[in-house]
Design a protein around this ligand. Structure first.
Ligand code: UDP
Ligand code: MG
Length: 331
């Protein structure tokens, strides 16, 4: 929150930033050898779009001299701005910082490792001009390892598309374009930058896909391994919860609680009837323990739902976050 205020302040003092059309946001972590090529590639495309642009490079705590490279680019070309983190916070916080700082009407994200190709930027912008809120790159010919990267990502894409109704083939592709009010209206935590279209789906968005090029990494190493799969699965669970139930926790916890509690009650009553009228002893029946247990779990779940409701309300009231999103007002 505090940081954001600082970034907003910096923005306001910069008067000639008013009319920036495109902000390109690029998280960079230990990509020393890639930076000069990245600049070359960007520079062969961005001046050609014919609108005012800026490139925001976020140095996410690099320790290999990346910052020096970035600085020399900024000195050559002041459309290139640098945000330098104190330490490595991760790709998602880096993107968040870029979004907070960006002045453009449209924001495009891409990787610094030359795997994405800036040549695809005009195609993304064309779709945004057609009126889409988000345009996602689709790496038709993805140049990554099959088992550890492509397969898990196929499954994740399928799952997220089913859970959120936002059908994108390639959530993992960083090269995406967003209308800036879409990304400025969402909060990103954990590794959620991959799912921005899904996270933003709560506000009602239109999404298009554009096939993009993808290259294999030539310099430096990937920052992720197979362990990312587990994090992705956990993120999908929380994503589903946030999208479907965060506005009404009692609906999910309460329902589970009612069902469990009800089954517990019915079984208990049945056991008591058996005891009273048919003389079946209770002490030898594990079912009795189970049914009492279910009644308590049911009560616990309902209490959790109530707590969830209170937390959700406190969140919205304390942060002043509305529970709706407006496209336009005609007065
Ligand atoms: N990155 C970052 N912080 C991190 C990890 C990665 O800023 O903690 C950047 C990295 O420099 C690159 C992009 O995020 O520009 C994607 O990372 P990487 O290429 O390692 O991911 P992959 O393409 O293997 O999924
Ligand atoms: Mg990469």
């Amino acid at each position: 929150m505090n940081n954001k205020n600082k970034i907003v302040k910096a923005q306001c003092t910069d008067k000639d930033q008013e009319s920036v059309y495109l902000s390109v946001v690029i998280p960079v972590y230990n990509e020393k050898q890639n930076i000069s090529y990245l600049y070359e590639n960007l520079n062969s495309v961005l001046p050609g779009i014919g609108r005012k642009y800026e490139v925001i490079l976020i140095d996410d705590g690099s320790m290999d001299g990346t910052f020096k490279e970035l600085l020399s680019i900024h000195e050559q070309n002041d459309n290139y701005k640098i945000i330098r983190f104190r330490k490595n916070f991760g790709q998602t916080p880096a993107m968040s910082a870029g979004f907070d700082y960006a002045n453009g009407e449209v924001i495009i994200t891409l990787d610094a490792d030359l795997q994405n190709d800036p040549k695809d930027i005009p195609a993304l912008l064309k779709k945004i001009d057609e009126g889409y809120d988000i345009v996602s790159g689709w790496r038709i010919n993805r140049q990554d390892k099959a088992i550890s990267r492509k397969l898990p990502s196929k499954i994740a894409n399928w799952l997220i598309a089913r859970l959120t109704g936002i059908k994108i083939h390639d959530y993992g592709c960083t090269l995406k374009a967003y209308r800036s009010d879409v990304v400025k209206n969402i909060e990103l935590y954990g590794e959620m930058h991959r799912y921005i279209p899904a996270v933003a789906s709560w506000m009602g968005i239109s999404v298009a896909e554009v096939p993009v090029h993808h290259h294999s990494r030539k310099f430096g190493k990937s920052k992720y391994g197979i362990s990312r799969t587990i994090r992705v699965i956990l993120d999908i669970i929380i994503l589903k919860y946030l999208l479907s139930y965060s506005q009404r926790p009692i609906q999910i916890f309460g329902l589970m609680g009612l069902i469990t509690g009800l089954i517990g009650c019915i079984v208990t009553i049945y056991l008591i009837i058996m005891r009273l009228f048919f003389n079946v002893p209770l002490s030898s029946r594990p079912l009795f323990t189970l049914s009492i247990f279910m009644i308590f779990i049911g009560l616990q779940l309902i209490t959790m739902g109530i707590l969830g409701e209170l937390i959700m309300r406190t969140y919205h009231e304390a942060s002043g976050k509305p529970t709706y999103a407006i496209r336009e007002i005609i007065d």
